[in-house]
Ligand binder design. Structure first.
Ligand code: C5P
Length: 302
């Protein structure tokens, strides 16, 4: 399944907003604008929210998760407002059917916002087109541009500078393990700054060296699994012992590689064998953790 409208009959449309996994993440430098430059391989995986849009007289938002805001506090709402202000078109009633855990490092809110932009543009009589959607996406959040296309990409800058990637190597399974412990992205960046006070920036990194090899547009999967690291992981595991516990349990299942996604709290294992991935899923589930066994989702054809 790729990122696409499930159904669009001119009146309604349903988009899938896929989760994003960071296959490695280095936080490089603190910028003047308060953000950080980073380097990461982003990959959409087969866990997705459904975003339904139906034109109506006034913008409205509802969500299967009653704990989430149904107004301007929700990035999906702000995406719709921004699109209607900058591009025009008819307001919609939007419904989010959530499957992606919230504040989990899986980019669910950003994916929903990107799906709203795609959906409104699909329903528009005069679509804004890809380039304009990208400009709107950057204004909404660092991960929203990736949500427009998905697939695999080298992400740099705030996360908005994207180089599409293709995989060399066989298929893989990604077992997401969600310690039910939400992590605020802004808090995680502040905590990372506090703990390393700039001194980790100059350390050599096998992951960063590896990223130079993907600039031609292809990723050697085995090479990537050997160097996976996420700068947030030690910080989050120290602050939230349940994340460390999930990591230890994952390690014992013998994955090809394991890491944490984004600023957490989701940790994941990579397997090249479905049976091993199923067995690992069973073990983590038995230990009480919500798990999602996913495959990579490619970007739709341009
Ligand atoms: O861009 P977004 O609104 O998703 O970012 C949330 C927060 O995470 C920012 O306000 C900032 O504190 C932090 N952030 C950062 N560097 C990035 C992305 C996010 O410092 N590249």
């Amino acid at each position: 399944m790729s990122i696409q409208a499930l159904r669009s009959n001119g009146n309604t449309c349903t988009e899938i907003a896929f989760a994003k996994v960071n296959l490695g993440l280095k936080v490089l430098s603190h910028r003047q604008d308060g953000y950080h430059d980073l380097a990461s391989v982003f990959q959409t995986v087969s866990l997705g929210d459904r975003v339904l849009l139906e034109p109506t007289a006034q913008l409205a938002l509802s969500c299967s998760d009653a704990a989430l805001p149904a107004g301007p506090g929700n990035l999906a709402w702000r995406a719709a407002e921004l699109y209607l202000r900058e591009v025009g078109g008819r307001p919609c009633r939007i419904h989010l059917e959530k499957a992606i855990p919230v504040a989990a490092g899986l980019g669910g809110g950003s994916a929903d916002a990107a799906a709203v932009l795609r959906g409104l543009d699909r329903l528009a009589s005069r679509p804004a087109g890809r380039r304009s959607l990208l400009e709107l996406a950057v204004r909404l959040g660092s991960d929203v541009p990736f949500g427009l296309s998905g697939g695999a990409a080298l992400a740099e800058g705030r996360g908005e500078r994207l180089l599409p990637l293709a995989w060399d190597g066989g298929p893989f399974w990604c077992l997401l393990v969600f310690p039910p412990e939400p992590v605020s992205t802004a808090w995680a960046f502040a905590e990372l700054d506090r703990t390393r006070r700039g001194d980790a920036l100059s350390k050599p990194s096998a992951y960063l060296t590896f990223l130079d090899s993907v600039r031609g547009g292809r990723v050697d999967a085995d090479g990537l699994w050997r160097v996976l690291e996420n700068d947030f992981q030690p910080v989050i595991e120290r602050a939230k012992p349940i994340v460390a516990r999930a990591s230890q349990l994952l390690a014992a299942t013998g994955p090809l590689a394991r890491s944490m996604s984004g600023s957490g709290s989701t940790v994941y294992g990579i397997y090249d064998d479905r049976t091993a991935a199923d067995r690992a899923a069973h073990r983590l589930r038995t230990a009480g953790f919500p798990v999602f066994l996913c495959t990579p989702v490619p970007a739709p054809p341009a």
